[in-house]
Design a protein around this ligand. Structure first.
Ligand code: ZN
Length: 176
């Protein structure tokens, strides 16, 4: 039984997909391959993480969630519009968690929840916020020595010092 909170159209799609995960609506080889890479084992209301390759920003490569949203909308995503995740999980491809909106909507949404994806919340972050602050404010070159100490790449240390990453850390966050 599906949640009555799901819009009827989405509920129908989800039902087809969850009941018959390896025979998606479009039973072409490409579609089957596509749905095999989305973990729908959590059920209709859970996040459906993309389990294959992610791009640099931590999103499914080729922006698969856009394809899923287009399926849900029954049309391509409007020009200039973005896929928003109500769950804030960039891997998620559950159509129930996806909606169309502007980057502005997205930022408003994220700020409202205080869950902007940066720092240690970033899926690829290896450092905690405290460690990054330590590197940024308390460590000194050579970078390779610092990198060795924290178990990260030398380039990561350099990027922190140059302010390319962990830019949001303020000096007061370096304590103790
Ligand atoms: Zn989700």
């Amino acid at each position: 039984m599906l949640s009555t909170r799901l819009p009827a159209q989405v509920a129908q799609l989800v039902e087809q997909w969850t009941e018959n995960p390896f025979s998606p609506p479009d039973a072409s080889k490409a579609a089957t391959k596509f749905w095999k890479r989305i973990d729908r084992s959590g059920g209709p209301n859970a996040c459906w993480p993309w389990i294959a390759k992610l791009n640099e920003a931590g999103y499914p490569s080729h922006r698969k969630h856009r394809d899923v949203l287009a399926l849900k909308l029954g049309r391509p995503i409007a020009p200039g519009m973005h896929t928003l995740h109500s769950c804030d999980n960039p891997r998620c491809c559950n159509p129930a968690h996806l909606s169309e909106g502007t980057v502005h909507d997205n930022n408003d949404d994220r700020c409202a929840r205080g869950r902007s994806i940066r720092g240690e919340r970033h899926p690829k972050a290896k450092l905690t916020e405290a460690q990054a602050a330590q590197i940024k404010f308390k460590e000194f070159p050579p970078a390779w020595k610092v990198a060795k100490k924290y178990g990260v790449h030398r380039g990561t240390v350099t990027q922190i010092w140059l302010g390319y990453i962990w830019r949001h850390l303020a000096a007061d966050r370096s304590a103790p």
